[in-house]
Design a binder for this molecule. Sequence first.
Ligand code: 13P
Length: 249
Amino acid sequence: MRRPLIAGNWKLNLLRAGAVDLVAALRSGLAGEKRCEVLVCPPFTALGAVAEALKGSEIAVGGQDCYWAESGAFTGEVAPSMLADAGCRYVLVGHSERRQFFGETDESVGKKLRAAQKAGLEPVVCVGERLEERERGVTQETVGRQLDGALGGLSKEDVLKLTLAYEPVWAIGTGKVATPAQAQEVHAFIRARLAKLAGDAAAREVRILYGGSVNPENIRGLMDQADVNGALVGGASLKAESFVKIVRH
Ligand code: 13P
């Protein structure tokens, strides 16, 4: 198993100056961190400045989304190779906010993650059920469908290079974190589904992050779970103090 990954998804926040200040504080606050790998995902416009400010540090940079075509008449889109060129190593794909507000589907998630891998990026593929789906008792069915729809047909080697993120939509930005047991239950389900797609050995290697109202107080309980291999942090990643505490939990 690779090192746990703690990722900050900055969403639609921060201009370049604020972004550079934040990563400068993260660089000093996280100096010598060995236990966890750290990733920040700034908005596109700050990627270059953040990558520059992180030169020589172990903190990785990622995009929050990408398109699947490498070039062409797709106004407003950003290609995986452009993210790599801006200094990214990772890219988030299929975040629930993309699914909810921008028409992302399991099929487009599948295309994007393949294009990202082709360009040498490591996709972090996000899945998660809405409140109404949890209340109807179809959490596993929903997450299973998202996984099969996006990952179906991938080679074992490509599954092995993925990172997954389980983000229950009802826990995002609400302060209502999933309990460690709720997270573990779905993470174990995801790993079992990965085993079906790519075999037990591959499934054991893939990191599955939890996301949704992660903060310095609840991170440890989540990370103590057998199948939780990191976190995808929104709000609490925008302040160096809380993000450093989460990484160093
Ligand atoms: P919050 O940590 O703000 O709930 O956001 C989670 C998230 O969506 C990370 O991608």
